[in-house]
Design a protein. Structure first.
Length: 225
């Protein structure tokens, strides 16, 4: 005789296990990566306003960039700041998406390919953040899914926050926004002139003495600001 109660018990035992949880920054809501993850029916996506990173899987912070976003955030120094903030997590990962759709080393945007290579090396060697290159959003989603499976069962920390800059760091950050002014040049200028106001008002001869030919580029850019 069929025991319907036993059948119900067996069905309870074979219930689907809880889905893997991935925390997603609100600003990623329109990303096609999410539709791919949802389609797998293996993950639960929780949306939050994340101060750091685009995805959190346990204590792994993941920043995702399309190639065009990677280039623009490299030029604006925004990515350097994001990589620094991601250090608040024990592990970090940078995903650069779309190598099948766009050339990473195209000079159309006026960026020398060696500048891009140098920055990639800095990410790995100085910031110590691993980089994964993915073909497209579908590939990105599956990398994230595999990572979630590997990290299944852990707790996710939301204690990260935007890092506050000291006054000196703020001035350096502003200076690095000018064409031709990198971290080393910005530090030289601040060590000599002490403030952005003094740098902007300095005569060309004095600037040239400190930073050489870059003084001309700085002065030309300063006229546009």
């Amino acid at each position: 005789m069929l025991d319907i109660f036993q059948k119900a018990e067996d069905e309870e035992k074979t219930e689907e296990k809880p889905k893997m949880k991935i925390i997603v920054d609100n600003r990623e809501k329109n990303s096609l990566v999410l539709s791919e993850l949802v389609a797998t029916k293996e993950v639960f996506l929780e949306f939050k306003q994340l101060p750091v990173a685009d995805f959190l899987i346990r204590n792994i912070a993941i920043e995702r960039k399309t190639i065009s976003d990677f280039i623009s955030s490299m030029i604006s120094k925004r990515l350097s700041r994001q990589l620094e903030e991601m250090k608040q997590y024990p592990k970090q990962l940078l995903i650069i998406e779309g190598y099948e759709e766009q050339q990473l080393y195209s000079e159309e945007g006026g960026i020398n390919p060696n500048a891009i290579r140098g920055f990639l090396l800095s990410i790995v060697l100085e910031y110590q953040v691993p980089i994964i290159f993915t073909k497209d959003y579908h590939d990105t989603a599956h990398f994230i899914l595999v990572l979630a499976k590997k990290q299944e069962g852990g707790q996710i920390s939301l204690r990260a926050k935007k890092k506050s800059l000291s006054k000196k760091e703020q001035m350096q950050y502003i200076l690095e926004g000018f064409p031709g002014i990198g971290p080393a040049t910005a530090k030289k200028l601040l060590a000599h002139f002490k403030s952005i106001k003094n740098i902007v008002n300095a005569p060309e001869e004095e600037l040239t003495k400190i930073i050489g030919k870059k003084a001309e580029i700085f002065l030309l850019a300063n006229k546009d600001y």
